[in-house]
Design a protein around this ligand. Structure first.
Ligand code: FEO
Length: 171
């Protein structure tokens, strides 16, 4: 059994990760309608990864006898008026999730919950990678997005992304 504050924050994080999956599905839907199937693929895989994140926390809580309360997942509230709007919303969201993970880490640190800190190490690294990916997409779009041929090639590059299960596993 973990400290109640740490446990409550982890519980909230399950919801935030599932919301993330929902938000990325919305982004997948935007690009699907735009006819940019590579971008749509990239966001579909992102949605799958977010579900994985939620399930890792869910399993960690179960393994530690923490009470899990599943709440409603909010409707994605973003309005996308351009491709860049989507990309920027993705980065903004990842920065929000990073801050949320750091808040849990800080709570665990304050009660010397070394197990949760070690568990969250993977998420801290993952967030760094996700922010880098989101920034790279924005940079590429700024450089090439206004040229149809370059956008086509960028779309092809994003179409090559494949899903793989997370490197972190819990029994
Ligand atoms: Fe699970 Fe993209 O944060």
């Amino acid at each position: 059994m973990l400290n109640k504050n740490v446990s409550d924050l982890l519980n909230e994080q399950i919801n935030k990760e599932l919301y993330s999956a929902y938000l990325y599905l919305e982004m997948n839907n935007y690009f699907d309608k735009r006819g940019l199937d590579g971008f749509a693929n990239w966001y579909m895989i992102q949605a799958q990864e977010e579900r994985d994140h939620a399930m890792l926390i869910y399993k960690y809580m179960q393994n530690n006898d923490c009470p899990i309360v599943l709440g409603a997942i909010a409707k994605p509230d973003k309005v996308f008026n351009s491709d860049m709007d989507v990309l920027r919303a993705g980065l903004e969201h990842e920065e929000y999730v990073t801050a949320s993970i750091h808040t849990i880490y800080d709570a665990a640190y304050n009660v010397k919950d070394f197990r949760t800190m070690q568990f969250l190490d993977w998420f801290v690294k993952e967030q760094g990678e996700e922010e880098t990916n989101a920034r790279d997409m924005i940079t590429k779009m700024e450089l090439f997005g206004s040229d149809a041929r370059s956008l086509y090639m960028l779309n092809q590059e994003l179409a090559a992304r494949t899903y793989s299960s997370p490197s972190l596993t819990l029994d």
